[in-house]
Design a binder for this molecule. Structure first.
Ligand code: NAD
Length: 490
């Protein structure tokens, strides 16, 4: 039998600072979506591997949480320089396992660096409170870590999304189990290696790979105190319900359907390039992708420019692949259905093939006009480089469509009118709003998180809001004046 050599060694879990022995686990093949080639395998771990990881994280917790935060951040300062040193290798890895263009993969690592920088500012942000609350009686409030926490990641940002949680949670004194997406498990291995090189003590970060089984085990594990999840709404709901029913703290970010409202007075060139970039960046596989545009009134001049912009986006050049063959088929099916339902395909990305990479999973940029709100493409997350354009006569009609969608990650308006922009800021039903910005990600120190079915649980996942999620308050009252009277507040 022919033995196939994989480009990357079989992925192993990372437990207590070492690559674990996965010999007993089933494995799944990992393909590069750029070429369709088999590049590695990933273990589908079970409860035993999780138990080992939790034990390692528990063992590391007392010493890690007792380390002063100013010392903990020193490791992350060093780690940041290692991310910078290995930028190219990290970006190449993202590109290979996820299918992004090199520039997109690099931007993802740059964002990981920004997230790490934010975590390094934690000592400036989390100092507690102190007050003499009555004569000689003092109250103080400190932020304390939760213990062993878990972070479950999706496929679309193999490097950045783990950095949404790892630096903040660890700098704040927690120890962690990371569960990467089984579709993109390579970046996490490198993250663990670099953190070890930066001096992170063994057991503070552990990685357990797998699919549904391991996620369910995380939600059920009695020694995991908090679970963060990023992925589709369907699974976010399952994870939120299961983790919280086991009395864990949970924040679960889900899918999205983001509406870009374009008014006739919008700057035509800027709007066209922003909308095209929003729908096609990372092949449309961003929870912040503007997948739906609502043209309000006479915007044909902008739609024409937008199509011209989208035509400059070429698969295999400035457009990466989608994650899998199934994703390609699902996206193309959406386009076909919309066309059959009466929408007009202005630019058709179906059947895209990249010469030399015929087995890669590519969908070309697609623009579909005259979509109506009842069509499936207007309602479901497509997660591909596809823009569905709906038309309304008024901004209120556009907002009614935006408000009615069950998600609430992002919404944006393109206009040169301050009052129209303000109206959308006030009335859009989403957690992140853009004015003349197609991907309104609130950069650090602001926090990232949507509303409605795009996020379940209190707190956002990044920025200052994440401090609430990853810590609990300890309130201590002290009295040093034995002569003071005892009263109801003593
Ligand atoms: P997914 O929900 O399929 O998978 C996410 C994680 O859940 C993975 O680690 C996976 O192993 C696990 N999982 C899958 N099926 C499961 C099941 N039945 N039970 C328990 N766990 C299961 O999501 P994906 O396809 O990897 O990522 C794309 C989705 O993530 C999109 O919907 C996108 O909008 C969303 N996303 C949201 C945000 C956000 O900030 N709101 C950010 C990135 C991605």
């Amino acid at each position: 039998m022919e033995v196939q050599t994989l480009k990357y060694p079989a992925i192993r879990n990372h437990i207590a600072g070492r690559a674990a022995d996965n010999a007993s686990a089933d494995t799944m093949d990992v393909f590069s979506p750029l070429t369709g080639a088999l590049i590695s395998t990933v273990p589908l771990s079970g409860a035993t591997a999780l138990d080992e990881a939790v034990q390692a994280a528990q063992a590391a917790f007392p010493s890690w949480s007792a380390t002063p935060i100013k010392e903990r951040v020193q490791i992350f300062y060093r780690y940041k320089t290692l991310l910078e040193r290995d930028m190219k290798a990290l970006a190449d890895l993202v590109r290979e396992e996820n299918g992004k263009t090199y520039d997109e993969a690099r931007a993802e690592v740059e964002k990981a660096i920004e997230l790490t920088e934010f975590a390094c500012s934690m000592p400036q942000l989390i100092q507690g409170e102190f007050l003499e609350v009555s004569k000689g009686v003092e109250a103080r409030v400190e932020r304390k870590p939760l213990g062993v926490v878990a972070s479950i990641a999706p496929f679309n940002f193999p490097n950045m999304v783990p950095h949404w949680t790892i630096p903040n949670a660890l700098v704040l004194g927690n120890t962690m189990i990371l569960k990467p997406s089984e579709q993109v498990p390579l970046s996490a291995v490198k993250i663990a290696e670099l953190l070890k090189e930066a001096g992170l003590p063994d057991g503070v970060l552990n990685i357990v790979n797998g699919d549904r089984t391991i996620v369910e085990a995380i939600c059920d594990h009695p020694d995991i105190t908090a679970v963060s999840f990023v992925g589709s709404t369907k699974i976010a709901k399952v994870v939120y319900i299961r983790a919280t029913s086991n009395l864990k703290r949970c924040v679960a970010l889900g899918g999205a359907k983001n509406h870009l409202m374009v008014l006739p007075d919008a700057h035509p060139d800027m709007t066209a390039s922003n909308v095209a970039a929003s729908m096609s960046g990372c092949a449309g596989q961003r929870c912040m992708a503007g997948s739906t545009m609502i043209g309000v009134g006479a915007v044909d001049h902008i739609v024409n420019k937008l199509v011209a912009e989208a035509q400059k986006i070429v698969p295999g050049q400035n457009l990466g692949s989608v994650i899998s063959r199934e994703a390609k088929e699902r996206i193309e099916q959406h386009i076909t259905e919309a066309e059959a339902a009466g929408a007009k395909v202005l630019l058709d990305g179906r059947g895209a093939v990249v010469p030399g990479h015929e087995d890669g999973y590519y969908v070309g940029p697609t623009v579909i006009d005259y979509v109506t709100p009842d069509m499936r493409i207007a309602q479901e997350e497509v997660f591909g480089p596809v823009l569905a354009i709906m038309r309304t006569n008024t901004l209120d009609e556009a907002l009614a469509i935006e408000n009615a969608n069950p998600y609430g990650n992002a919404a944006a308006v393109f206009t040169q009118s301050g009052s129209h922009a303000r109206y959308v800021m006030d009335h859009a039903n989403a957690g992140m709003i853009g004015v003349n910005i197609g991907v309104p990600v609130p950069r650090e120190p602001f926090s990232f998180g949507g509303w409605n079915e795009s996020k379940f649980g209190a707190c956002d996942i990044t920025g200052k809001s994440s401090i609430e999620f990853w810590t609990q308050l300890k309130k201590t009252t002290t009295k040093w004046n034995p002569e003071s009277r005892v009263n109801w507040m003593s």
